[in-house]
Design a protein around this ligand. Structure first.
Ligand code: COA
Ligand code: AMP
Length: 630
C-alpha cells in the first residue's frame, strides 16, 4: 500500500488499521479492539489486551532462535570501550536485575527512577522495570539535584537506580552526591537505591539504603515477564512545560509496542537483524523510543554511544561508528551535524570511512535548517530525512515514510502526517486555515497508539495544556503551516519552551530560579538564535533598589544558580542587568519582541506597549552582549 492510501485508512478505519499492526506483537491475551473511546476526549488503545514490553523486546527474539544476534553494541569513545551484548545475554542480565528488584519488593505498578548515563546498564534497568510491569522514569544526567528531587516527589518511586558517574569530555559527573542531595530535598524517600559502580568513580554507598548493582543480584531468582493490561503505564518521562513543574508524560504499554514496531520498517526502513543507531541519550524521548525500545522490539541491533559528535576524539566519530558497526539507518539531531560541520566543513573525515552500509539519515528534536540538510546530503550521499515529534507523542507525527514510499523531500519540511495523525493548522478561533497560512498546529483526536493518554497525577493539567484550547484537538504547542501537498512546516513554539541543542527547556523554569535570587526584583528569559545550538537562553534581570551585590556579580550568581538548580544542560550562560522590562499596558512582558530585537529581526511595535523607549534600552543591553545586530 502506498503512503496516501495507508494514511487515509489509518484515519477512517483506526480499529482495522491498528489491529492489523498489533499482529506483529506477542500478546499474553490479544485485545478485543484497538481504540477505547468511551472516556473521550481521553482515549486509550488496546486496553483489554495483556502484554509485556520486555518479552517483546528481548525474550521473544531468543525464543525465535535469535539469541546469538547482537542486541546492543556499547561504543564509548569517552572510555575507549566497545562491547557487544547478544539477545540471550540481554535476557539473562535483565531477568537477574528484575529478580533483584523484585526481591526488594518492586512489583507491577511501582515506580522506579533511573538516573544513568549512556551505558548498557541503563537499558538493562529500563527493561528490568518493564519485565516486572514497574513504571520507570528516566532522568537525564545533565539535570541537577533539584530537578531530580522534583521528579522524585512527583513519581514517588519505590526505588532509584543510578550509576556512580557520567562522563562528559574532561569531566567526571559524580551522580551519587546529586542523588543524595535530591533525596534529601525531596519529601518522598525511596525504599532503596541500586548503584552501578563505574571504574571511573566509586561512590560511597549509604548503608541501609543503597545496594551495589552486582551484589544485589547475587543468588536471586531471575524474574519472568509479567503481562500487564494494554493501558498500564510503561513509563513516565518528564518534559518541560511553561513552569518549573515538569510534565510527567505517561506512555501506555500496548500502544507503545504496536506503534514503535510499525515505525521501524515503515519510517526507518530497517529489517530485523539490521543495525539502527540513534545518537541521543536515554534521558530523552528519542533515547526511550529509538535507543532502547523500538530497535529491540523489532529485533534490530541498537547502539549505545557514549560520546559527543565532536571532540571524542574528533569530528569523524559518527562516521567511524557507522562504518564499524554497519549502521543502516542513523538518527541524530541537527545540532550534532552543525557541530561536525563547523569542525569539518569539507568532510575530510567522511572520506576516511567506508559508509556504504548507510542508507538513510533521520533528523529530529529541533528545526532542521536547510544548510545543514544539504551539507549532510552532500557529504553522505544518502537521503537526509527531517521528521517532527515530541516527548508527548513518542514517535513521529510527521515524517517521510522511507519504508513505505520515499516521498519527494522538501527542504524545511518534516514531510507528512504518519498513520493516525490528522494534522491541522488552526487560527486563533480553532478554524482550519488555508494552505500556506501560519497557525497553531493541532492534531485531531484521537491521537494514534503510542502517544500520551494523560499526564502523571495531573489530568486537569493534561486537559488544560493540550485539549482545551481547541476542543476535539490536541494542541502541539508548535506553530507553522501546511502546503498544498500536505507537507507541514514547523516554524516556532507557541509557548515558553525553547530548544537548546535539541534539548527542550522551559524559560519559565529558568525565570523561577532567577527570581529566587535575593537581589532580583523581576526577570525574563528568552531564547535567542544560536548558530550551533539553534537557540540559547538569555536572561534579563531587574535588580532591587539597594541590591547587596554588584550587577556583574548578580549575573554570575544567576548563571550558577541555573546550573546548580536546573543543571548544565540548560546552558544558561548569558544574562544582562536592565533597568526595566518592556511590557504591555496590562503588564505582560513582551518576550517575543525581545527575541526579535536580539535576533536582529524586524518587528511590529506592539500596539499595547507601555513605554516604547524601554525597547531601546533592551537593544543597547543586547548589543553589549553581541546580539541585536541588524
Ligand atoms: N550529564 C551531565 N552533563 C551534561 C550531560 C549529561 N548527560 N549532557 C550535557 N551535559 C552538560 C555538558 O557537559 C555542558 O556542560 P558545560 O556547560 O560544562 O560545558 C552542558 O551540559 C551543555 O551541554 P550541550 O548542550 O550538550 O553542549 P556541549 O557544548 O557540551 O555540546 C553539542 C554541543 C552540539 C556537541 C551537543 O549539544 C550535542 O551533541 N547535541 C546533540 C543533542 C542531541 O542529540 N539531542 C537529543 C535530542 S534528539
Ligand atoms: P521534545 O519533546 O524534547 O522531543 O521536543 C519537541 C519539540 O521539539 C517539538 O514540539 C518542536 O518544537 C521541536 N521539534 C522536534 N522535532 C522537530 C522538527 N523536525 N522540526 C522542528 N521542530 C522540531
Amino acid at each position: 500500500m502506498r503512503y496516501a492510501d495507508l494514511h487515509q485508512r489509518s484515519i477512517t478505519d483506526p480499529n482495522g488499521f491498528w489491529m492489523e499492526q498489533a499482529q506483529a506483537i506477542d500478546w499474553a491475551r490479544p485485545p478485543s479492539k484497538a481504540l477505547f473511546d468511551e472516556a473521550a476526549p481521553l482515549y486509550e488503545w488496546f486496553s483489554d489486551g495483556m502484554v509485556n514490553t520486555c518479552w517483546n523486546a528481548v525474550d521473544r527474539h531468543v525464543e525465535a532462535g535469535r539469541g546469538d544476534q547482537t542486541a546492543i553494541i556499547y561504543d564509548s569513545p569517552i572510555t575507549d570501550t566497545k562491547r557487544k551484548i547478544t539477545y540471550a545475554e540481554l535476557q539473562d542480565r535483565v531477568a537477574r536485575l528484575a529478580g533483584a528488584l523484585r526481591a526488594k519488593g518492586v512489583e507491577k505498578g511501582d515506580r522506579v527512577i533511573i538516573y544513568m548515563p549512556m551505558i548498557p546498564e541503563a537499558l538493562d534497568a529500563m527493561l528490568a522495570c518493564a519485565r516486572l510491569g514497574a513504571v520507570h522514569s528516566v532522568v537525564f544526567g545533565g539535570f541537577a539535584a533539584h530537578e531530580l528531587a522534583v521528579r522524585i516527589d512527583d513519581a514517588t518511586p519505590k526505588a532509584i537506580i543510578a550509576a556512580s558517574c557520567g562522563l562528559e569530555p574532561g569531566r567526571v559527573v559524580k551522580y551519587k552526591p546529586l542523588l543524595d542531595n535530591a533525596i534529601e530535598q525531596a519529601q518522598h524517600k525511596p525504599d532503596f537505591c541500586v548503584i552501578f559502580q563505574r571504574e571511573q568513580e566509586t561512590a560511597a554507598l549509604t548503608s541501609g539504603r543503597d545496594l551495589d548493582w552486582n551484589a544485589c543480584q547475587e543468588g536471586v531468582t531471575p524474574a519472568d515477564c509479567v503481562p500487564v493490561e494494554g493501558n498500564h503505564p510503561a513509563y513516565i518521562l518528564y518534559t518541560s512545560g511553561t513552569t518549573g513543574q515538569p510534565k510527567g508524560v505517561i506512555r501506555a504499554t500496548a500502544g507503545h509496542l504496536v506503534a514503535l514496531q510499525w515505525t521501524m520498517k515503515n519510517i526507518y526502513d530497517v529489517e530485523p537483524g539490521e543495525v539502527f543507531w540513534a545518537a541521543s541519550d536515554v534521558g530523552w524521548v528519542v533515547g526511550h523510543s529509538y535507543i532502547c525500545y523500538a530497535p529491540l522490539i523489532t529485533g534490530n541491533t541498537t547502539i549505545v554511544f557514549e560520546g559527543k559528535p565532536v571532540g571524542t576524539p574528533d569530528a569523524g566519530t559518527f562516521w567511524r561508528v557507522i562504518s564499524e558497526h554497519k549502521v543502516k539507518s542513523f538518527f541524530t539531531a541537527p545540532t550534532a551535524f552543525r557541530a561536525v560541520k563547523r569542525e569539518d566543513p569539507k568532510g575530510a573525515f567522511v572520506t576516511k570511512y567506508d559508509l556504504s552500509c548507510l542508507k538513510t539519515v533521520y533528523l529530529a528534536g529541533e528545526r532542521a535548517d536547510s544548510d545543514t540538510i544539504i551539507w549532510a546530503q552532500d557529504q553522505l550521499k544518502v537521503p537526509v530525512i527531517d521528521h517532527w515529534w515530541q516527548t508527548e507523542t513518542g514517535w513521529a507525527i510527521a515524517a517521510n515514510p522511507m519504508g513505505v514510499e520515499a516521498l519527494p523531500v522538501k527542504l524545511g519540511s518534516p514531510a507528512v502526517g504518519m498513520p493516525g495523525y490528522n494534522i491541522q493548522v488552526l487560527d486563533e478561533g480553532g478554524q482550519p486555515v488555508s494552505p500556506g497560512t501560519l497557525g497553531a498546529i493541532a492534531l485531531k483526536l484521537p491521537l494514534p497508539p503510542g502517544t500520551l493518554p494523560n499526564l502523571w497525577n495531573a489530568e486537569a493539567r493534561f486537559r488544560k495544556s493540550y485539549l482545551e484550547q481547541f476542543p476535539g484537538y490536541y494542541a502541539t504547542g508548535d506553530a507553522g503551516y501546511m502546503d498544498e501537498d500536505g507537507y507541514i512546516y514547523i516554524m516556532a513554539r507557541t509557548d515558553d519552551v525553547i530548544n537548546v541543542a535539541g534539548h527542550r527547556l522551559s524559560t519559565g523554569a529558568m525565570e523561577e530560579v532567577l527570581a529566587g535570587h535575593p537581589d532580583v526584583a523581576e526577570c525574563a528569559v528568552i531564547g535567542v538564535s544560536d548558530a550551533l545550538k539553534g537557540q540559547m537562553p538569555l536572561g534579563f534581570l531587574c535588580l532591587n533598589k539597594g541590591a547587596d551585590r554588584a550587577p556583574e556579580d548578580v549575573v554570575k550568581d544567576c548563571v550558577k544558580r541555573v546550573r546548580d538548580q536546573i543543571g548544565p544542560v540548560a546552558a544558561f550562560k548569558l544574562a544582562v542587568v536592565v533597568e526595566r522590562l518592556p511590557k504591555t499596558r496590562s503588564g505582560k512582558i513582551l518576550r517575543g519582541t525581545m527575541v526579535s530585537i536580539a535576533d536582529g529581526q524586524p518587528f511590529k511595535m506592539p500596539a499595547t506597549i507601555d513605554d516604547p523607549v524601554i525597547l531601546d534600552e533592551i537593544r543597547d543591553a543586547l548589543r553589549g552582549l553581541g546580539y541585536a545586530q541588524s
